[in-house]
Design a protein around this ligand. Structure first.
Ligand SMILES: [Zn+2]
Length: 140
C-alpha cells in the first residue's frame, strides 16, 4: 500500500483531484455516483468521505466564493466596457448567480475535500480499515 500521506502532500495534486471529482487521498475513487448523490466511501482506498456530520457545509465557502468572484469580475467588465445595457447585465448576472452554484455544487464539495485533506490529512493503518488524522486523533 502506498504511503497516502506522501502522495497527497502537494496542493496542486490535491486541487487536481478536486477538479477531477476524485478521492482526495488516493485520487482514484469517484466522489459522485450521479449529478447529486455521493458515494459514502472511496471504492479504491475505502476512505469515508463525510468525516463528521455537517462536514460538507465547508463546501459552501467554496461555492459562495467562486460565485462571488465570477459575478464581481463580470460586473466590472460590464460596467466599464458597457458592451450590454445595464438592465441586460443585471439579468445575466442574476441568472448566473442563481444557476452557477447549482452546477458548481459537486466541484465545491470536491475542492472542499481536497483542501481539507491537504491541510488535515488522514493516515491509514496498513491492513486495517482504521483511519486516523495525522495528528493522532481518530477520524470519525
Ligand atoms: Zn480513495
Amino acid at each position: 500500500m502506498p504511503n497516502v500521506n506522501r502522495t497527497n502532500r502537494r496542493l496542486t495534486t490535491a486541487m487536481w483531484r478536486g477538479l477531477r471529482l476524485r478521492c482526495p487521498v488516493c485520487g482514484q475513487g469517484r466522489l459522485f455516483r450521479n449529478w447529486i448523490a455521493m458515494h459514502s466511501h472511496c471504492d479504491h482506498c475505502g476512505l469515508k468521505y463525510e468525516r463528521a456530520p455537517g462536514y460538507f457545509l465547508g463546501s459552501i465557502y467554496f461555492n459562495y466564493g467562486a460565485t462571488t468572484i465570477l459575478v464581481v469580475a463580470a460586473f466590472l467588465v460590464f460596467f466599464f466596457t458597457e458592451i450590454v445595457p445595464q438592465s441586460t447585465a443585471f439579468a445575466v448576472l442574476l441568472a448566473f448567480s442563481l444557476l452557477f452554484p447549482v452546477w458548481f455544487f459537486r466541484y465545491a464539495r470536491s475542492f472542499w475535500m481536497a483542501f481539507d485533506h491537504f491541510y488535515d490529512p488522514v493516515s491509514r493503518t496498513p491492513g486495517t480499515d482504521a483511519t486516523k488524522r495525522a495528528d493522532g486523533r481518530a477520524a470519525p
